[in-house]
Design a protein around this ligand. Structure first.
Ligand code: GNR
Ligand code: NI
Length: 170
């Protein structure tokens, strides 16, 4: 398994729209494995392929305490079952040190394909529901900063660009 490099805001590659997956092969399995490994290493609860510069509709999630319940989600779409908007306070591995409150649908029904290309359905609310909505935002090039004020967005942009300068000088 390989640890993949996670893109950091404001990298323009985070804005690319991911395309549907059509080949359910060994190569796809390896991408999913590497993404799970990377997510566990970086202590995230979810990761979208866009964040590791793969612009295909693939996400991985694991909400379990002992990191033993990996979910591999391909070509996801969802319908809203309960459109009450709940406020979810979220972080993102692509925007270190940043947190944002985001309005999310309370309950969704997710339709997706598994690694074998078989269609699956899942009803989700709470953190799982929010996480799925967060990851699908990534596949569409949308980020937590888009829910923030322009002042807050420019502050985090300056901060992360500076910390990148420091890294490049060392
Ligand atoms: O690790 C993460 N935590 C989180 C918390 C609330 C809602 C969504 C998330 S996803 C995030 C990892 C990440 O950046 N995934 O894209
Ligand atoms: Ni994220």
């Amino acid at each position: 398994m390989n640890r993949l490099n996670i893109l950091t805001f404001p990298d323009p590659r985070l804005r690319k729209k991911a395309i549907p997956i059509t080949a359910f092969d060994k190569d796809l399995e390896k991408k999913a494995d590497d993404m799970l490994f990377t997510m566990y290493e970086d202590k995230g609860i979810g990761l979208a392929a866009t964040q590791v510069d793969i612009h295909e509709r693939l996400i991985v999630i694991d909400l379990s305490e002992d990191r033993s319940e990996p979910l591999i989600i391909i070509n996801p779409s969802y319908t809203v079952l309960d459109d009450t908007l709940e406020v979810s306070k979220e972080g993102c591995l692509s925007i270190p040190t940043f947190q944002q409150e985001v309005p999310r649908a309370k309950e969704i029904e997710l339709t997706y394909q598994d690694l074998n290309g078989r269609e699956q359905k899942l009803i989700a609310d709470g953190l799982l529901g929010y996480c799925i909505q967060h990851e699908i935002d990534h596949l569409n090039g949308k980020l937590l900063v888009d829910y923030a004020s322009s002042l807050k967005r420019s502050r985090i942009k300056e901060k992360l660009m500076k910390s990148k300068d420091v890294k490049n000088k060392n």
